[in-house]
Every structure is written in C-alpha cells, then in structure tokens.
Design a protein around this ligand. Structure first.
Ligand SMILES: [Zn+2]
Length: 107
C-alpha cells in the first residue's frame, strides 16, 4: 500500500507531460527568481516549465497576504458567516468562498 504524505508544493514538477512529474525532491527543481509580489519562482530542469512555490495551495494567485488568508480560514472553521468575515476583515465573501472551495477540492 502506498503511503500518502504531505510535501511542499515546490518540491516536484507540476507539468503532467514531464517525465519527472510528481517525483518529490528528485533534484530537477531549481529556484528561478521571484515574482513581483516576491513569491519564489521555480523551474523544472527536465521540462523547462516555470511555476511558483505556492501553486496548488490556498495562497496561489491571491490578492491577500497569507496571514489574512489563514485568519479567514480560521474564522470559517469557527463557524463565522462569510458576511461577518467580510465585515470584520474587509475581505469579500466571494474571495473567502473560493478559498474554501479550493481546500475542499484538494482533499
Ligand atoms: Zn518538469
């Protein structure tokens, strides 16, 4: 039986057409500069595809900082309504709802 384990999003190649797709810490991923928002860019040396270290996470392509995202998710876990999170944090309910949907898809 194959054991499941958590790995860092930037520790493997995301390209499904790459021969090293999904191989964790295989040595084919190298740092490749940063985005304008200072997110680490990574490059697969096998297929030459570039992606960011937070791809596939709730922090991927978001306008709010990670701390705000985690605070909103904690508020959802504490059964706050999306409307109350909007009033307290000033983050629109649709943004919070997208993050919740992303968490549910990744399970
Ligand atoms: Zn690759």
């Amino acid at each position: 039986m194959k054991a499941n384990r958590l790995v860092l999003a930037g520790s493997f190649c995301w390209n499904k057409d790459c021969p090293n797709n999904g191989l964790v810490d295989h040595g084919n991923i190298v740092k490749y500069g940063r985005t304008g928002k200072s997110t680490q860019r990574l490059k697969c040396t096998t297929c030459e595809k570039v992606f960011v270290e937070n791809k596939g996470t709730v922090f991927y392509v978001r306008h709010h900082n990670p701390k705000e995202i985690l605070e909103c998710l904690a508020m959802v876990a504490e059964r706050n309504s999306l409307a109350s999170i909007h009033r307290i944090k000033g983050i629109h309910w649709s943004s919070v709802k997208r993050r919740i949907a992303m968490r549910q898809r990744s399970r």
